[in-house]
Design a protein around this ligand. Sequence first.
Ligand SMILES: [Zn+2]
Length: 553
Amino acid sequence: MSVTALSPDLVLTNATVLTADAGDSQAEAVAVWGGTIGAVGSARDIEALADGRTKKIDLKGRCVLPGLTDPHVHFADGGASMMHRIDCRDFYSNVRSIAQICEKIGEQARAQASGTWVVAHGSPMQDFRMPDGRFPNRHDLDAVAPDHPTVINFGAHITIANSRALEAAGINSMSSAPAGGAIEFDDDGAPTGKLVERAQYMVRNIMPTYSYEQMKAGVMFAAERCLARGITNIHDIVTNHESIRAYQELVAEERLPIRVSLLIRVIEAQIKKESLLNLGIKTGFGNDWLRIGGVKMSIDGGITGHVAKFYEPYVDDPCHEGLIRIEQDELDETVEAYHRAGHRVCIHAIGDVAMDMALHSLEKAITADPRADHRHRVEHLGNWLVNDERMDVIVRNGILPVPNIPFMHYIWDSLLACIGDERLEGSFNVRDMLDAGLQITSGSDGPAYWPLDSLRDLGTAVSRRTWTGKTVGADQAVSVREAIRMFTINAAYNAFEEKIKGSIETGKLADFAVLAENPYEVAPENIKDIPVDMTVVNGKVAFMRDGADGLDA
Ligand SMILES: [Zn+2]
């Protein structure tokens, strides 16, 4: 705002503005100076502020929310993967069988010089949704790409490699997996091609990686899709310097379309564990576009591939209980070091063994060096198995569980098959956690798993509907009001940014999602399908939906 500009730069009017302020008040219009909200109120009062230089947008009764946040994504990497990997994901493409996966891979191999890498990706737990009832193996891939080292990952925890890729990685019947990983062998003792968790690095370390230019393009590609769903903030889990450089350059070029909080992985990453500690950089470093939101580490694997670590074996695989990627000692030490250095720590824990390890480490560090407002997170906690005892530890230490509503939406049936209904009793217990006073939000793990779509997740928190139309745990449903808060002000709190984001109030950043319909006025199961007509970031229209009638910005 220039000193002479007494009139607002932008006015959005004739809307239902759901402010998500402390009283969840509603307004009709909002005025913006530069990138900041300057006034919120009735259409009449706000329009009176405007003059000839003000850009005025008549929203014709549409609904305005604060820009939405997805607080757990793998964005720069995921965006680059979406641009460069062969897409065999059933949630995105119409690939529905191993034969179709192989067809796509074979086609790509024929187009590439032999000896070059063919890299594809599928969706998590796709084995459950294909008639084959399994993942492809090395032989399937060899049949279509015998002369190319070829890999396909199904989510973050499993990679299938063909014979050429195994050979290049030096994996054979004599190989043993690194601690925290596993190589699968067939009955004859030969590798099947399936590599889980840290064993994936045996091939990843020799595969081509993305340059920072490719990461930049990946961020832009994925961000465009976010804006189309009203998402203006993400918390990206980054594992390499290329992605951090990509973000920095996009900020410097004033091209970063959304605001990013970086969760920097410090174990199983290209970034050395000591790097941030040595620099003395703390959580919060950065600006309104790009900020360090904390550090991340992963104790166990995922349900896909049966590598999340449980006390009891998997229902469909009674010989396995999962695996641990970080032992308790190393976890305690790392958590304490980062806690003492003023960082927020985010720990991935999917199985109950891993949950207890995470809670133990956090409580130990917090008790040894009490710090108010640490906002330490446990990723995926809240998906299941939050019993009274664990809830006590969470509440008394002020830990923030970050559940994943899309897991319920997309893979509920395969979760049931893997861990059984007993362990899924009271799962995705958002209702209980909100009632316990926790500021709960939900992360998607997209965009490589499934699209980022906070409105889908907001609607699912209310409707408890899966994508196949089942209703799950209706007693854990939340109200529309609570669901809106989850993806706005609660998520801002989660990033230490509740003073500048997350609600439509004077002085906050002018980031808005303009919805074609009011979530209070549509059936809960239809909230996820509400079109986003316009997205505003930093006071500028960053997205406008084609065919959004009568919007001429
Ligand atoms: Zn994740």
